[in-house]
Design a protein around this ligand. Structure first.
Ligand code: ARG
Length: 580
C-alpha cells in the first residue's frame, strides 16, 4: 500500500493496543497530513477520553513502545497529545518504489467492490443540450471513471426525458408534416427548433391542443403502432444529436446507456400496487400520493409526492421511484449516484425517502444526489448565448476546440496538421472539462475562457504542460520512461521529500474524492502535485552535468510524477499530451 499515512497506521494501531490493552482492530490512530511534520497521529485524544487517561501520557507511551522506529526517524508528542511523525528516507523510497511498480500508481482498490449505477447527463428528447448539461455530463463521467478505477462495477445510465405530455404535441406536429416518413433533421445550431414549432402550434390552436392531448393518451397506451413509430423516430434523432455532443466532448456515454423515462413506464402500475400494499398510497385532491415525512410546501403544510395525477397519468416521481426499484432489484446496485442539478434536490430526496419507506432502498443500497450549482456568465446569471437563451453545450464545445486551435497555432506551429488538430482538441476540451471539475460542484461558478485556458494556475493546460514537460526531459535525456521504473529513488533534498510525499497521496486523493463525490478534490491534488514538481525541478537538477549520481533516482521521480498526472487527468476524462 503505497501511502505512508496508511502504512504507518498499522504499527500505530499495534502501539496503541499495547499501551491500552484494547484490540488493535478497534483502534483508529487518526493519521492526518501535517504542516509540522510528514504526518500527525491524533488517535490519543479520543482514546484517552474513552479510557479516562491523560492523552499526552498515552501518546508518550505509544512513542516509547519503539514500534514506530522502523518507519519514522522522528516522533514527537505535541500539544494535547498529537504525535508528529517524520518518516525515514528509506521508508519513503520503498513506498515510492512500490507505487511505481504498480500499474495503479499506488491507488488501492475499494475495500468492498459494489455495483454502482451512475445516472448522468440526462438531456430531454427534442430539446437542446445546454450549459446545465455540461455539469451533469462532465461530473458524472469523471465519477464513472474513478468508480471503475477503484474496482466497482459501474453501470452508466442516461435517464433522458423521452416520455410525458410534450410528446403529444411533438408527435402531432410530425403527423401534420406527413407522419413517420416526414423529414426530421436536427439542426445542430438550433436543436430545439422542432420543439418550438410544435409548441407554437399548441399555444395557438385549440384544435391542435385537443389532438395533442388525445395523442398523449394513445402514446401512453402503447397500442398504436404509427404513434410508437413516430415517437421512436423522435427519440432516435435526438440520440444522434446527443452522440455528436458526447463524441466531441469525449465522454463515455453511448447509445446503449440510454435508459429514459419511457423504459420504466411498463413497470409503473406494479410499483403503485406495491406502494398500495405497503399502505403508503393515499388520496389527495383526487391524485394518488405518498406522504413523505419531513417535507413541507411554502405554506409549511405537508408536501405530498404525487405518483398518479387526477387524470390517471403517471409523472416524474412515478418514473423515478420505479427507476430506484429497477436499479436495486434488477441491476442489484447498492450505490445509486444521481448527477442532477440542485433544483431537483427536493424531488430526489422525496423519491429516495419513498423508496426507503417501500423497503427497496435499504442498506447496503443507498442513493446519493450529486448535485451541482449553475454556470454563470459575467452578469452572474446563467451563462447565455447571444440570443439570450441558456448557452448551448455544443457551442461551448466548438468554441473550446477553436480556442485550443489558437493556442496550438501560437505555441506549436511546427507540429504536423493532424497532430495540431488533435492537440487543439485535447487542450480545448481539457480546459472546458477541468474548469467544470475543479470548482466545487455545489457552488455556482463564473465561466471564463481566459482563466480556464491559462497556462498558469489551477487549469488543465497547466497540468497538461507539466506532463508534457516531463516527457520532454526524457526525450532530451534519450532515456526511456520504462527503464527507470525499477529504480528505487533516494530521498535527499527537502523538495524531493515534498514531491515524494505528494506523489504518495494520490491514493488518498482518489478515495477522498469518491467519498465526497467531489472531483474538485482530485483537481486540487493534481495542482499541488504539479507545483511540488516545479519546486523540485528548480531545486534538484536532473540532467545537469555533475549530477550523474542522482540522475536515475530523479528521473524515477519525474516518471512517477508524469504517470500520476496522466492517470489523474484520465480519471477526470482529460488527456495528457506528450508534447505541447
Ligand atoms: N431529464 C431530466 C431533466 O432534464 C433529468 C433527469 C435526471 N435523472 C433522474 N433520474 N431524474 O431535468
Amino acid at each position: 500500500m503505497a501511502d505512508p499515512l496508511h502504512t504507518v497506521a498499522a504499527p500505530l494501531r499495534e502501539a496503541f493496543a499495547a499501551v491500552t490493552g484494547l484490540p488493535a482492530a478497534d483502534i483508529d490512530p487518526v493519521v492526518r497530513n501535517s504542516d509540522r511534520a510528514d504526518a500527525q497521529a491524533n488517535g490519543a485524544l479520543a482514546l484517552a477520553k474513552q479510557l479516562g487517561r491523560n492523552p499526552r501520557e498515552l501518546a508518550e507511551a505509544v512513542v516509547a513502545t519503539g514500534l514506530l522506529a522502523d518507519l519514522c526517524s522522528n516522533t514527537e508528542v505535541a500539544g494535547p497529545g498529537f504525535i508528529n511523525l517524520t518518516f525515514t528516507p528509506e521508508f519513503l523510497s520503498a513506498q515510492v518504489a512500490e507505487a511505481a511498480a504498480s500499474d495503479r500508481v499506488g491507488v488501492r482498490r475499494a475495500a468492498t467492490p459494489e455495483i454502482a449505477v451512475v445516472d448522468y447527463s440526462a438531456p430531454n428528447v427534442a430539446k437542446e443540450m445546454h450549459v446545465g448539461h455540461l455539469r451533469t455530463t462532465v461530473i458524472g463521467d469523471a465519477l464513472v471513471r474513478m468508480l471503475e478505477f477503484v474496482g466497482h462495477t459501474v453501470i452508466r445510465e442516461n435517464h433522458i426525458g423521452d416520455w410525458g405530455t410534450p410528446f403529444g404535441m411533438l408527435i402531432e406536429h410530425m403527423v401534420d408534416l406527413g407522419g413517420v416518413d416526414a423529414e426530421l433533421t436536427i439542426d445542430l445550431s438550433d436543436p430545439s427548433a422542432f420543439y418550438k414549432q410544435a409548441r407554437a402550434k399548441f399555444d395557438a390552436s385549440d384544435e391542435f391542443k385537443d389532438r395533442a392531448r388525445a395523442r398523449v393518451t394513445l402514446l401512453q397506451s402503447r397500442t398504436d403502432a404509427p404513434t410508437m413509430a413516430i415517437w421512436q423516430k423522435l427519440v432516435d434523432k435526438s440520440a444522434d444529436y446527443f452522440d455528436v455532443v458526447y463524441g466531441k466532448l469525449g465522454v463515455l456515454l453511448r447509445r446503449d446507456d440510454i435508459v429514459g423515462e419511457s423504459f420504466y413506464q411498463p413497470m409503473m402500475a406494479a410499483m403503485l400496487d406495491r406502494l398500495d400494499q405497503a399502505g403508503l398510497l393515499a388520496e389527495s385532491e383526487g391524485a394518488k400520493v405518498v406522504w413523505v415525512p419531513g417535507f413541507k410546501n411554502r405554506e409549511g403544510e405537508p408536501l405530498p409526492l404525487i405518483v398518479q395525477a387526477r387524470t390517471g397519468g403517471f409523472n416524474y416521481a412515478t418514473s423515478d421511484i420505479t427507476c430506484v426499484l429497477d436499479r436495486v432489484e434488477r441491476l442489484h446496485a447498492t450505490l445509486l449516484v444521481y448527477c442532477v442539478g440542485t433544483p431537483q434536490s427536493q424531488h430526489l430526496q422525496m423519491v429516495f425517502k419513498a423508496s426507503e419507506m417501500l423497503g427497496v432502498l435499504v442498506p447496503p443500497a443507498r442513493a446519493v444526489h450529486v448535485n451541482n450549482g449553475n454556470v454563470l456568465g459575467d452578469d452572474r446569471k446563467i451563462l447565455k448565448s447571444r440570443s439570450g437563451e441558456p448557452a448551448m453545450l455544443l457551442d461551448l464545445v466548438d468554441a473550446a476546440i477553436e480556442r485550443g486551435r489558437a493556442i496550438v497555432a501560437e505555441r506549436s506551429p511546427e507540429l504536423p496538421a493532424d497532430e495540431k488538430a488533435e492537440l487543439a482538441n485535447t487542450i480545448g476540451i481539457g480546459a472546458l472539462k477541468y474548469a467544470e471539475l475543479s470548482s466545487d460542484r455545489i457552488k455556482d461558478y463564473v465561466f471564463d475562457w481566459s482563466r480556464m485556458l491559462a497556462l498558469e494556475g489551477n487549469t488543465a493546460p497547466y497540468l497538461q504542460y507539466a506532463h508534457a514537460r516531463i516527457c520532454s526531459i526524457f526525450r532530451k535525456a534519450e532515456v526511456s520512461r520504462a527503464s527507470v521504473r525499477g529504480v528505487t529513488p533516494t530521498i535527499g533534498q527537502s523538495q524531493e521529500r515534498a514531491l515524494t510525499l505528494q506523489l504518495l497521496q494520490f491514493d488518498a486523493a482518489v478515495h477522498d474524492t469518491l467519498d465526497k463525490f467531489s472531483p474538485h478534490r482530485l483537481c486540487t491534488y493534481l495542482f499541488d502535485l504539479a507545483q511540488a514538481f516545479t519546486s523540485f525541478y528548480e531545486a534538484c537538477p536532473v540532467l545537469k552535468d555533475g549530477y550523474e549520481a542522482t540522475r536515475e533516482s530523479r528521473l524515477a521521480l519525474c516518471d512517477l510524477t508524469a504517470r500520476v498526472l496522466q492517470q489523474g487527468l484520465a480519471l477526470l476524462g482529460i488527456e495528457a499530451p506528450e508534447r505541447m
